[in-house]
Every structure is written in structure tokens, then in C-alpha cells.
Unconditional design. Structure first.
Lengths: 238, 338
């Protein structure tokens, strides 16, 4: 059995009086791909931003790589090796592609091998090398998504969180990006959390899955063992 | 033609030693001119204003143009500094000018630390409005405070009162220090984090920029220098009342200076301040119209030169004076190595 990398224990997040996430629990093993699926507003993004320290959780515990990172500052969490790729391929639009990528090695821990990592990223996404001097804002949606992925990789994470990477992209581009996520996972043994709405694609990619509904993790299991009916019931809350 | 778009490799960065020497020569020349009395009083009066407005504009530019914190309430620190100087140098306390200025700046730093607790919970528009409200609240406080003369304000009585020459030298020093600090700060890792924050705050956080500490640092630095400049402004003016200290007109001038010159450029506010001071002088003959004219100019600039004068020039002619971009340099070096 591989070691546990990330454990989320009964995490709750509130927006004022509104409970966005209620006692959600999740485990990611080293080198594993885990998908987190659910409807709009189920609390997937909120859960992950709470893990990253972008929101303060109301209660619960997050342990990453043996360390308690609950309510830690985001920069500390990134330095520990947990990176998030925000929804919608958000780049630093006025910076060049190369600057965007180099921004990824902002944490002190990531700067040592920045040059090699950069070369590795250009190998992974050759298109970015061609456009390295263009402002990131001039790129297409798919390319911006690649910049965002590359930027997260620059921090040499042990675990990467992809927040709805397929949002607003054409099927061909999505397929391409998913292929590369697989490569990242296999080559560097980086654990991956996929936040997805497309259940079928997410299950095909991942080792295990979690379904969120109305702020709770209602179902989890191995991706290849789940039957469609149970999944559908959990997904829609029937 | 389409291929000639903006790329860092095309940009010529004017930061070579000759450029630096030119700047130093210019500054030293002005210093000597002031000390030796070669500059007429009229010119010095202009210079004092230009230096102070450059400092304030540069600080506003750092806040809004780089850190993405559009404050409409920097006059809070100008007013606080003005009143601190007026009170501390009054016969009752009798502090010397230097002590009073530093006291004003120190009080501003303390207040800015306190304000940050409240203000940093807000973002964007809400932050802007809250800063404005904070300044207005302090304005009301000083209106009601008997010791500072309520609405009638205070006359500044420093003993001995500094001459115009001394004020000019002082404001120039602060301006030079502020410029050097802004440039230096932007060239460091902190500056990089700030630029990233301006483009996308969530992404900046997810690559490991500590948003809070970056914001706090910039906000406190801006408060400190804005207060110093404000303090000297009122020493030059000789009196202060709540509306002149905490009035919204300060924000109007800072926004004008930064936008006309070009937000997000270090050299922009310098051009902006020079234009503003001269316009202000010319428009003094048309009271009531002056703000309308300034507003019209601002709108026209936003419409036709959205990057401001310096920003547009830099884009059109592909140059940058003392670029704060670090990675472009790395690229250049890498290209040379090849």
C-alpha cells in the first residue's frame, strides 16, 4: 500500500451563516489520481480553497505529508508541495508566458531547480515554448490552461489540484490536457485531485473518487468498482 | 505588421550607467541649485509642489497600479501628518520640524496598521469606498475637536520657521528616497509578487505569494511617504483645516497624476505631477472650472491613452526607463549566452 499524502477530516466551511461545506472527508495516497465530482454549488471548489488556505475552514483538520496544514497561510501550503490550478485558466495576463511560469517558482523551496523544471515544462507543453515571450493574455483558453498547469508544476508539487480544468474548452483540447495530466502523474509520481462535473471522464482517469452533494462527501470508492446507479443516486441526491 | 506586437525582447530598457548618471546629475544639479540659491523663489515654489506630488502620486501608483489596492482615502495620512506637525510644533510641545514630520509619519504608520485590520477584509470597489469613508470619518473627528481649532483649523508655528529653500531641499530628498525605494521594491521578489497580485489575486496566492503581508507592506510604505509629503506640504502652506487636510481633492490629484502619467510605470507619476502642478497653477484663475477641466482631461486620457503618457510612449517606442521587470533581463542574458 502506498502512503497517505493528504487527509481531509470532517472539514466545514462557512460563508457567513451559509454552510458551504459540511464535514467533508477525503484521502489522497501518494501518486494517486482522485476525482472529486458533484453538481454546481456542491462545494467542491470551496473545499479545495479551504484546503489551500484561501478560505478559513470553520472546523475540521487537513493533514498534508504528515503535517497539519489546517488554516495555514497559502504560501506555506504551496511551499509544502500542494498546488492548486484555479478555475478557468487564470494567468497573469500582462506578464509573458515565461514570466508566468517563473512566477510558479515563487516559494523559496522551489527556486533551486527552477531551470530544469522549466525545461521539463516546455517539453511537456511545446506550444508554450513557442509562445514564451507573448503576454499570457493573448493566448487561447487551452493554452492559458497549460500556462496555469505549468506554473503550478514549477513549484514541484507532491500533489496538484485541478479545479474544473475542462471548463469552457473544446473536447479535443480537453482530451489533450487530460492526456498530459496522466503524463504528469506517471512521470513525476505527482498525486492529482481532479475537480470535475463530467463524471464519466473523471472516473476513467482516476483511481478513486468522491462525490459531493450540498457540501457533504456522500459517496466514495474505487473508480473502477462503482456501479452507475449508485453513482447517479449520490450525484443527484435521489 | 501583425508580427510587431509587444514582446519583452523588443523592449529597450534604459537603465544603463549613462542613464543612471544622468538622473544623479539632474538630482545633484537641483540640490546645488537649491543650496546656492541659483533657483528663483517662484521656481522653488513650483519645485516643492512637484516633488511632493511626485511622492504622493508614486505612492498611489504603487498601491493601485502595482498592488491593485485602489485607495481613495490616502488623504487620511496627509491630514494626520499635517495636524501632527501643526500640533507638535506648536509652542505647547515645541518639537523641531524634523521630529514633528517623523512623528506625523509614525502616527500614520500606526494608524495604517490599525486600518489594515479593517480594510484588508474588503476587496476591489468595497476597499476603495471603505478607505474614502475612513478619511471622511477622521475629517469629522477633527471638525469636532476643540484643541485643533475645529473647522477653523490651526496655524503652523514652527520656531524657527523653515525657509522655502529648506522646504525645497527637504521635499526633494523625500521624493528621491521615495522614487529609489519604489524602484528598488519593485525589482525585488516582493515587487514580483505585487505585479502578480495585480493581474490575478487568486493565482498569485496559489503560486505562493503571501497576499496579506504584501498588501500590508505596500499600504504601510504608502502611508509613511504620503504622510511625510503631506506634512511638508502643510509646513509650506502655513496652516491646516479639516477640509484641506482630509479633503477628497487629494485623491483627485493623486489619481490624476497616476493616470495621466501612466499607472504601473515608475516614471509616469513624475510626468503626471509636473503636468498637474502647472495645470493647477494655470487653472487657479478659473475657480469652480478647474475640477471640471481636470476631470475632462482625465476622461480623455483614459479614453484615448489608457496607459497614460509614459505607458503609451513606452509601448509605441518600445522602451522602458528603469524597468521593474526582472525576467526580461534573464531572457536577455539567456539570449546572449546562446
Amino acid at each position: 500500500m502506498s502512503d497517505v499524502l493528504l487527509t481531509i477530516e470532517k472539514l466545514s466551511v462557512m460563508y457567513g451563516d451559509f454552510i458551504a461545506v459540511e464535514e467533508a472527508s477525503l484521502t489522497v495516497d501518494e501518486g494517486q489520481i482522485v476525482s472529486l465530482i458533484g453538481l454546481n454549488g456542491a462545494g467542491k471548489t470551496t473545499l479545495m480553497s479551504a484546503v489551500m488556505g484561501l478560505h478559513k475552514p470553520a472546523s475540521g483538520k487537513v493533514v498534508f505529508n504528515g503535517k497539519d496544514i489546517t488554516s495555514a497561510h497559502t504560501d506555506r501550503i504551496v511551499a509544502q508541495g500542494l498546488s492548486l490550478i484555479p478555475q478557468g485558466g487564470r494567468c497573469f495576463n500582462r506578464m509573458s508566458v515565461q514570466d508566468n511560469l517563473l512566477m510558479g517558482s515563487f516559494p523559496k523551496t522551489a527556486r533551486k531547480g527552477a531551470k530544469e523544471t522549466l525545461a521539463h515544462i516546455y517539453e511537456l507543453f511545446p506550444v508554450l515554448k513557442e509562445k514564451m515571450r507573448d503576454p499570457a493574455g493573448s493566448l487561447s483558453g487551452g493554452q492559458r490552461q497549460m500556462v496555469a498547469i505549468g506554473r503550478a508544476l514549477m513549484a514541484r508539487p507532491k500533489c496538484l489540484i485541478f479545479d474544473e480544468i475542462s471548463l469552457g474548452l473544446s473536447p479535443a483540447v480537453i482530451k489533450d490536457i487530460y492526456h498530459r495530466i496522466r503524463t504528469i502523474n506517471e512521470l513525476d509520481k505527482t498525486a492529482v485531485i481532479l475537480i470535475e462535473q463530467d463524471t464519466r471522464r473523471a472516473l476513467r482517469m482516476s483511481d478513486s473518487f468522491y462525490v459531493m452533494l450540498k457540501g457533504r462527501t456522500v459517496l466514495s470508492g474505487k473508480s473502477d468498482e462503482v456501479d452507475a446507479e449508485t453513482l447517479k443516486d449520490a450525484y443527484f441526491g435521489i | 505588421m501583425l508580427k510587431r506586437k509587444f514582446t519583452p525582447s523588443h523592449v529597450k530598457v534604459l537603465d544603463s550607467p549613462p542613464m543612471l548618471i544622468l538622473c544623479i546629475v539632474l538630482a545633484v544639479g537641483l540640490y546645488i541649485g537649491c543650496f546656492a540659491g541659483l533657483i528663483s523663489n517662484k521656481a522653488m515654489r513650483y519645485l516643492v509642489q512637484i516633488f511632493l506630488y511626485i511622492t504622493m502620486g508614486e505612492m498611489w501608483n504603487l498601491l493601485s497600479g502595482y498592488a491593485g489596492m485602489t485607495s481613495l482615502g490616502q488623504q487620511l495620512y496627509i491630514g494626520l501628518a499635517g495636524y501632527s506637525v501643526a500640533m507638535a510644533t506648536s509652542p505647547l510641545f515645541g518639537l523641531p520640524l524634523f521630529g514633528a514630520l517623523l512623528l506625523g509619519a509614525g502616527i500614520s504608520v500606526v494608524v495604517s496598521l490599525f486600518m489594515s485590520l479593517i480594510l484588508f477584509r474588503l476587496e476591489g470597489m468595497y476597499f476603495s469606498i471603505a478607505t474614502l469613508v475612513a478619511a471622511e470619518a477622521f475629517c469629522m473627528l477633527f471638525f469636532a475637536w476643540k484643541f485643533v481649532g475645529q473647522g477653523a483649523g490651526m496655524t503652523i508655528r514652527i520656531n524657527p520657521y523653515p525657509t522655502l529653500q529648506e522646504i525645497c531641499i527637504l521635499s526633494m530628498t523625500i521624493c528621491v528616497v521615495a522614487l529609489a525605494l519604489v524602484y528598488g521594491l519593485l525589482r525585488t521578489r516582493v515587487g514580483l509578487g505585487l505585479t502578480a497580485m495585480r493581474d490575478d489575486i487568486t493565482s498569485a496566492a496559489s503560486v505562493g505569494v503571501n497576499i496579506f503581508s504584501h498588501k500590508l507592506l505596500v499600504y504601510v510604505i504608502a502611508a509613511f511617504f504620503t504622510a511625510l509629503a503631506g506634512g511638508i506640504f502643510f509646513v509650506n502652506k502655513g496652516m491646516i483645516y479639516p477640509d484641506s487636510g482630509f479633503g477628497i481633492s487629494w485623491t483627485i490629484s493623486m489619481v490624476f497624476i497616476a493616470i495621466i502619467g501612466g499607472t504601473g510605470t515608475v516614471s509616469g507619476p513624475i510626468i503626471g505631477a509636473i503636468i498637474y502642478v502647472f495645470l493647477n497653477e494655470k487653472l487657479a484663475d478659473y475657480p469652480g472650472w478647474s475640477n471640471i477641466i481636470l476631470g475632462t482631461i482625465t476622461i480623455l486620457v483614459i479614453l484615448f491613452l489608457p496607459n497614460g503618457i509614459m505607458g503609451t510612449l513606452q509601448k509605441k517606442l518600445h522602451f522602458e526607463i528603469f524597468s521593474s521587470k526582472r525576467f526580461s533581463f534573464k531572457l536577455k542574458k539567456a539570449a546572449k549566452e546562446k
